[in-house]
Design a protein around this ligand. Structure first.
Ligand SMILES: O=C(O)c1ccc[n+]([C@@H]2O[C@H](COP(=O)([O-])O)[C@@H](O)[C@H]2O)c1
Ligand SMILES: Cc1cc2nc[nH]c2cc1C
Length: 349
């Protein structure tokens, strides 16, 4: 699949900076909110950007490697949590409701059949991936199909008027895929990439590391992005890669959640690095590899609440801050409007 991503209009930066600097506040005093306002203005090519129909897509899938013991939780938690999302009882439901965000739950490849009327979006590639201990997690066809499904789903949501999209995921075992992607895409030692996931103790972490070391030592294929994703990816991760690339093509603002979502972005950036210009990093996850991931992405996260849940919860919690950035740009008075005296002792940044 080809993605044609244009760079945001950075020529607008100066005008946005000018507009911000004449608001009734000391220069630079809204800190990172100012950077967010400028980024969003450039993405939308507007001095008065708008956030429309904010949506979080939660992609769920199962991982064959979970059956080899990489997670402290059993595989069926994936479908059980999807049912919880559909019933409105999970953390992502609570935070999204609170902050006026729509959520869509996508079955990218869960090892379960959901009821037709459950409200899940059926994009199932298969009933979970194969264990990548000794074979590829998915076929090349499945990889292509997942990438396209992700892109198609974004097109629909964009068509319905959404211009800001957050990504979340659910999949027992998916911190293992994310750790391996981090390892291959950054050359970071595997030990730095593997973390406790849903909460392994020291012994569990050691076992997870040993299993993943074995998996990478059995991998003999050429290290292309497509091959690595096909071999170690989850269906939800590949679908998110396709969705992110399409979202950037459509000039949507992309809200990045924790470790797994960032691993999908890392992969997407290896396919087309311009995708990064559309991303806002909502939080730094407590999964140990996430700090390395953010560093490699040259990213600064808005929040560090020591969260490590996934589901898109970092996005949902940070969303009001992104709204604040857009609202101050659009609604704050300038010195002239408000009749407030400006200083001649500071220089505009
Ligand atoms: O988003 C994160 O940073 C994050 C960090 C640790 C765990 N998770 C969630 O926990 C699940 C994967 O953990 P594990 O231990 O089964 O690999 C998956 O459903 C993720 O949503 C998510
Ligand atoms: C209960 C539970 C909820 C989750 N949400 C995202 N990943 C999860 C993993 C578990 C185990």
């Amino acid at each position: 699949m080809k993605f044609n991503i244009e760079k945001p209009n950075t020529e607008l930066k100066e005008s946005l900076r000018h507009k911000i600097d004449f608001k009734t506040k000391p220069i630079g005093s809204l800190g990172i909110l100012e950077d967010l306002a400028i980024q969003i203005g450039c993405i939308q090519n507007s001095l008065s950007p708008e956030l429309k129909n904010p949506t979080i897509m939660v992609f769920a899938a199962d991982h064959g490697i979970a059956l080899d013991g990489v997670s402290p939780y059993p595989q069926e938690v994936t479908w059980q949590m999807v049912a919880n999302f559909l019933n409105g009882g999970a953390a992502i439901n609570v935070f999204s409701r609170q902050n006026g965000i729509d959520i869509k739950i996508i079955d990218a490849g869960v090892n379960h059949d959901f009821d037709k009327n459950s409200g899940v979006i059926n994009a199932k590639i298969d009933y979970g991936t194969k264990s990548y201990l000794s074979q590829a997690a998915m076929s090349q066809d499945q990889f292509e199909h997942a990438l396209k499904q992700g892109a198609d789903l974004i097109e629909k949501i964009h068509h319905n008027g959404c211009n800001i999209i957050g990504f979340g995921e659910m999949g027992i075992g998916n911190t293992s895929s994310a750790a391996i992607l981090l390892h291959y895409f950054t050359n970071l030692d595997l030990r730095e990439c593997v973390g406790r996931g849903t909460g392994w103790n020291d012994e569990g972490l050691k076992k997870k590391f040993e299993i993943l070391s074995k998996a990478i030592s059995n991998y003999k294929t050429e290290n292309t992005v497509e091959n690595i994703l096909t071999h170690f990816g989850g269906f939800e991760i590949v679908m998110i890669v396709g969705a992110m690339l399409k979202a950037a093509e459509l000039k949507m603002i992309i809200l990045v959640d924790g470790f797994i979502i960032s691993s999908a972005l890392l992969a997407a950036s290896k396919i087309n690095s311009t995708v990064l210009d559309y991303c806002i990093y909502t939080h730094k996850s407590n999964e140990s590899g996430h700090k390395h991931m953010l560093e490699c992405l040259n990213a600064r996260a808005i929040l560090d609440l020591e969260m490590r849940l996934g589901e898109g919860t970092g996005v949902a919690v940070a969303y009001p801050l992104i709204e604040s950035a857009v609202n101050f740009l659009n609604q704050m008075a300038s010195f002239e409007d408000a009749g407030v005296s400006n200083s001649d002792k500071v220089t505009a940044s």
